[in-house]
Design a binder for this molecule. Sequence first.
Ligand code: GDP
Ligand code: MG
Length: 433
Amino acid sequence: MLTAVTGINWGDEGKGRVIDLLAENADVVVRYQGGNNAGHTVVAKQQKFVLNLLPSGILHENVICILGDGMVVDLEHLTNEIAQIREKGVVVTPNNLKLSKRATISMPWHKIQDELEETRLAKTGAAFGSTKRGIAYAYSDKYRKKTLRLGDLLHLKEESVQNRLKMMLEAKNLELAGCYYQEPMSYPALLSWCEAQAAELWPYIVDTGAYLEEALKEGKRVVLEAQLGAMRDIDYGIFPYTSSSSTISAYGPIGAGIPGKQLDHAVGVLKAYSTCVGAGPFTAEKAMPESWMELLRKFGGEYGAATGRPRRVGPFDAVASRYGLKCQNADKIALTKLDVLSMMKEIPVIVGYKKGNQEVTDFDPIEDLEEYVPIVRMLPGWQTDISGCVTYDELPDAAKAYVETLEDLLQHEIQFISVGAERSQYLTKGEWL
Ligand code: GDP
Ligand code: MG
């Protein structure tokens, strides 16, 4: 059984916690795209785990976790992340963690290039708000065929790999010296960097596609994990304010290394309100006054995990979410963070956009989204703590009405609702997985 877990919004919907839960009954969890710009949080065993590269199934000892073909991997970051999670008592060995030999390596210069370019753009106020983790540079060099893949680390002694390394270093040194006046990196330094990475990680690098084919043939349950949400997809998102890879469910089997397989289920994770990190159009933030946003931030903990910077927030946006849902082709919707809205007397939801006098119900990221003004409907709040509810029936009527209004606006049933960050704080409705 093959299930993808994806985001319907701008990211940080709570995919990590949904995957952690599904992993209880899964055999394998595969991250299928992105790099260490992800921040998936799982709260378990009275601890909080923030995962950047490791799949959100890693806390379950019997689950095999895979970094799939579609990822870009910062190897030093991975080694550190493994060390940190081991310190918290989590077991990570080549038995439960496997790295695809076809995944792309984020080379030492990718982070440097990202940082240099952001700094250059910042001088004119044009910085993108990049995470400076070199993701866009690693992906662009993948498509330029000027980087290594993890499997190449197993063949560093071979002339063909060494020749490719020399060729890419020559080009990169020209680029870094010409554009940013940097000192060149030497070939011996590069080779020894690669050798050090190989010495650390070689036992983990395998043909994960072949492994997954076999696992699925044996009837194993495989969960595919997306990074970020539909709005950040390179093709369907709010380009250029997107990530550099495909976050949508259709890419899942490709990014996992099993291009011939079809998904049995696609879960779209939807937040009960909207949040957005970084630059780009975000119509929802025009819907409410700053004082309201501050409350939502406070109760939802909407501050950047690393920087502590306040996240942009707004109400649930039916126009953007309908589009996100279409992109993800989700048959199951998991609604998260409903408890965060509990303190509100009235809850706004965005039911449409307006451009001048014209009403807009379809989201089209190629349009100038900055021109849109949200049309807001107010719904009654419930103002009771719902974080202990374990069945749908236990929810107050106003909370049920909120969920059902979202279902009406999305024209789709919601099957899972979380009411707190802990593993047990959720309830199901209809047929969940
Ligand atoms: P991801 O990137 O999609 O995995 O989401 P993040 O982990 O970045 O952000 C979701 C945040 O909300 C995390 O801090 C979670 O612990 C937290 N969270 C998830 N579900 C719930 C929920 O139902 N209620 C509350 N209050 N917090 C939640
Ligand atoms: Mg996140």
